[in-house]
Design a protein. Sequence first.
Length: 445
Amino acid sequence: MEFESIFTTAQFELNKNIRNKTKKSSIYESRSLDGAAMDSITKAVHESVSGTLSMEADASGLSLLALSGEGVARKKIREIFGKHGEPSMTIGCHPDFLHLSKSPDLENGYSVTLFMDIAGSTKLGKKYPVETAFNIKNTIIKYAIEIIQAFDGHVHRIMGDAVMAFFRTKDHEASESLIMKNAIDSINCATYLIEFMEKIITPILEEQGAEEPVGIRVGIDYGTNDDVLWGNYGAFGAYEVTATSYNVDVAAKLQHAAITNTVMIGYNLKNLLGIGKEYTSVIEKSGKSQTYVRPNYKVGDSQINYKQYKFDHKGYFKILPQNLRNSKYKLKINDSGAYYPGCSTTIEKYKDITFETSVNYIPNQKLFLIAEKTNTGKDCGKERGVSEKRYNMTEESPGYYTASIPESTAYHGIHHMKFKVEDSYGNVVEEEKIVGVIVSNPVLV
């Protein structure tokens, strides 16, 4: 699936909101579309971008759009990542702590916290009429929320052009290996947020003559059960249940430190996921490395020295499951028989897995599956790095070839396998694809 096709309605909305001033908020465009309606909007999007949209199609598109909005992108993303059920659709107090809304009690509970803000949004108010600036910002915020919800995040607060979200589940509190699932959702979410801005929003604004394209900045960090406290802030009649933690505050600092269209993560999140230097780097400002979160406070006689990292969202995006749609390469978890959408969740350490592929080709040929394995992170030790092997494929029936590669999840962290099928003459039979794998430590509850 092309990434842009996930956000067809967003493209249409933004184009219309720039060209037509309106004093109606798009939050009421909130019903899902059937396939025929989506086809009509897709056609209208292409015509709108190319400048061939007729008055009749324009009116039709707007009518359809009034029945669209929230839900389409969210559902598509959840399908790609193999997610089931409905995510949290509310804003404010996290559902796990609603019971504290009428209580003086305080309660501990971990959180993976994400902050996102729109960089360069202030100048929109000078370039466009205020109604248009509102609708551009709201389109970004609206679809950012859909993306957060798609990855099971809970939107806690909208602050002007910024969004704060929590990723946590009561059922995961007993084990950091389970908490990893929420952490993966947060980096998948952040990666999709940046891709959404770069591939959907920026091209449309550039077409409208934006000299400095609007972007976003994202910061994420993880606070443990012991380090995050939930409770009521405020006064009677004006209060909210929220989280108190150094790591919640750091997520905001990380977002502020991020360069436009980048993701910053804290040490706790990096350590939880076992992310190695293959996916992280230290940012520089004014020629100096920014190793630690700023301000780097002093507690007693010691600096906090809490490390921050720029996350390589572009490299990571390449191993996410949208790249495997209709792919011939699959990963099976042996003990359950379930197939794993790349980097959608964790697989526990010490699990037996099998990479499988099958292709149709000219009968009686010799085909090879070329597999390039990349192990990342310090847990890999001497096995860290890239290795390549060629496997003979088996012709199960005339013109039908298969191959299976047994592996095991031996190392905590983010890893991947790159596959390609060639014949004996070096002709590519099946294009190159990458299957990402995220391994957690064993779940001990």
